[in-house]
Write a protein that binds this ligand. Structure first.
Ligand code: NAP
Ligand code: ZN
Length: 316
């Protein structure tokens, strides 16, 4: 029997544990991947904390921004070969074991083709942070020249700023404090709003009101105060996972014909592959801090306290 290193969570709210696990065998229709890079996403919190998400069984190996190479192919899988580089995204690491490990198993249907010109460490975060924000912006109704604000400059937010800029949108970054100002501007933000020293809604209204605000910060109060920053027909698109209620009065929506929408990408491989292609075309790349697998807990902790610039990736 052969073993691999993995990082797992044994109970909701439990710690990340570095363990030896049996290397899993691919069943019919599955492949085994030797993982080379896996991003650490705030979405891993549903496993770590045990959020309201169906289908999580423990112990669970998190990680859903995975790049690796096919190492073993199960019966009935066609069109793939040993040594081929592939990607896997959500719901790996949630409903089945994911990429915080040396090896993982997935259905061949989940595999994403990775363009040759993208390196593995930079491609990994595009499989969740990238596709989520690219897909949300692409479908938001914003047109070139429209004011689009990105709230939260973290893993998702820093990619969203780049996509918005490259889509020809007037791009506003919303963050707490001034620490991230310079980097946000380098990534393409034309306006930077510090929510600690200014009233974010008033600042957006000074610009004319946002057509779209993409909310990536997982905090219900920080999101509620954005509504008044929307212009006429403006839309608040929420990609952040938030547990608490958003406070909004009916007239805040009615008078400006505003709306609020949640967004998840379709889950189809096509949307992930479209994201990779656009990222190559428009030269959008994540800014990354790498960590060895053994330091998954540290990477997660730094992410949860918004200290990563801007995506942690485990290199395995
Ligand atoms: N819809 C989907 O399909 C989807 C996919 C992936 C992730 N998500 C969710 O999207 C959210 C963001 O994920 P991520 O990986 O980008 O997380 P992240 O890297 O931790 O970034 C979140 C950012 O939000 C801001 N923030 C954090 N806590 C805050 C608070 N208490 N008040 C105000 N702002 C706060 C911080 O930005 P500043 O320091 O700039 O303020 C932080 O960098 C998470 O809720 C995640 O679960 C959803
Ligand atoms: Zn994610």
């Amino acid at each position: 029997m052969k073993f691999m290193k993995a990082v797992q969570v044994s109970t909701p709210g439990g710690e990340f544990e570095l363990v030896q696990r049996e290397i899993p065998e691919p069943a019919k229709g599955q492949v085994r991947i030797k993982v080379s890079a896996c991003g650490v996403c705030h979405g891993d919190d549903v496993v770590k904390s045990g959020g309201h998400y169906p289908g999580i069984e423990y112990p669970r190996i998190p990680g859903h921004e995975i790049i690796g190479v096919i190492e073993k192919i199960g019966a009935g899988v066609e069109g793939y070969e040993i040594g081929q580089r592939v990607g896997v995204g959500w719901p790996a690491g949630i409903t089945y074991d994911g990429g915080f490990a040396e090896y993982m198993i997935t259905s061949a249907q989940e595999l994403v083709q990775i363009p040759e010109d993208l390196n593995s460490i930079e491609a990994a975060p595009l499989l969740c942070a990238g596709v989520t924000t690219f897909d949300a912006l692409k479908n938001s109704g914003a047109k070139p020249g429209d004011i689009v604000a990105i709230q939260g400059v973290g893993g998702l937010g820093h990619l969203a700023i780049q996509y918005a800029k490259k889509m020809g949108l007037k791009t506003v970054a919303i963050s707490r404090g001034t620490d991230k100002r310079e980097l946000a501007e380098k990534l393409g933000a034309q306006v930077y709003i510090d929510t600690e020293s200014t009233d974010v809604a008033k600042e957006l209204q000074k610009l004319g009101g946002a057509k779209v605000i993409l909310a990536t910060a997982p905090n219900n109060k920080a999101i509620s105060v954005l509504v008044d920053g929307l212009g006429f027909d403006g839309k608040l698109v929420i990609v952040a996972g938030i547990e608490g209620p958003i406070q909004v009065y009916g007239n805040q929506l009615l008078m400006g014909r505003r709306s609020i929408q949640g967004w998840i990408p379709t889950g189809h491989n096509q949307s992930k592959e479209d994201t990779l292609k656009f990222s190559l075309l428009a030269n959008v790349r994540p800014l990354i801090e790498t960590f060895p697998l053994e330091q998954a807990a540290l990477a997660y902790e730094k992410m949860m306290t918004a200290k990563i610039r801007f995506r942690a990736v485990l290199t395995i």
